[in-house]
Ligand binder design. Sequence first.
Ligand SMILES: Nc1ncnc2c1ncn2[C@@H]1O[C@H](COP(=O)(O)OP(=O)(O)O)[C@@H](O)[C@H]1O
Ligand SMILES: [Mg+2]
Length: 332
Amino acid sequence: MVFSKQGKLRENAVVIMLESIWTEKYRPKRLEEVIGQEHVVPRIKSFIENKSLPHCMFTGPAGCGKTTVALCIANEMFKDQWHANFLELNASDERGIDTIRVKVKDFARTLPINGQFKIIYLDEADSLTKDAQHALRRTMETYSSICRFILACNYAGKIIPPIQSRTAVFRFSALSENNVVEYLENIANKEKIDYSNEALRFIYSISEGDMRKAINILQMASTTGSVNIESVKSVTSKMEPAIVKHMLDTAIAGDFPAARKQLLSLLFEKGIAGEDVIKDIHSQIIAAQMDDSKKLSIIEKVGEYEFRLTEGSNPQIQLEALLAQIALLSKK
Ligand SMILES: Nc1ncnc2c1ncn2[C@@H]1O[C@H](COP(=O)(O)OP(=O)(O)O)[C@@H](O)[C@H]1O
Ligand SMILES: [Mg+2]
């Protein structure tokens, strides 16, 4: 099962592979297929009708349609030329603002095909430090005659005011239970899988409005032959928490390089948000059997790094530092 951020997949994988991943296969291609987001879609539609687009900021939780809407804009504006006019970057795995600037510069070197401008979608913009955001703002200005930026982030509050004031802000919300269940039902029917309605509601309750998570769980559970409460439980219990626990045990045993490797796989192969990783670490530590004073020291560190993450620090760097601290405790 592939959980990775779709950006890399779209670039590298063959269509056949994408077709087999339901989050890609059933990703809406047109705005009218996007569900919910009533505060967003009509405004975007009017931009498309006028063939104009300001710089935008998409805020909201994971898996609620931010990337999808950006892709729909490119599809509807540029039709079959959208590939040439759309660049997707991820601020947290592009090793800093310098890499982003080089990629933007390269992309902006050629003229847009079939339109007035190109679109750069920068995911997890809130993972950039304040300095990097100022550099980004300058880059946005340098290329604004040829490129429109769509910045995606969880909270607008983590973005510096000069960027906020230069973008049109679109607030996406987590999808409702009915929205998610209906969407899953639709996929289940198209895939002709056996399912129960209560299992779909259960999937919603686990995924908390994150449609990517919900669709991934549905696909995994379907491989057991039938999607029911039992099969959903059996596949979800093997997901993140187990991987996070393994990573944590590795760090606690003092093996930082191995723990770090597992962390990178969680962040970049499985596409799990840094904040979700740290929440999992927290619950695992609380539940773990270990020496009390050691447990307290780790909990204290987790609190400190969780705060740094919510302040907008780079998740990879912060989580690596946390694992390093945990590994160091084992050497005391
Ligand atoms: N509002 C929505 N309508 C339809 N599908 C959605 C919606 N939100 C998310 N999805 C589905 O969930 C998956 C992840 O959506 P995506 O747009 O990448 O989320 P994010 O907000 O994290 O960028 C995609 O497969 C997409 O089809
Ligand atoms: Mg996205």
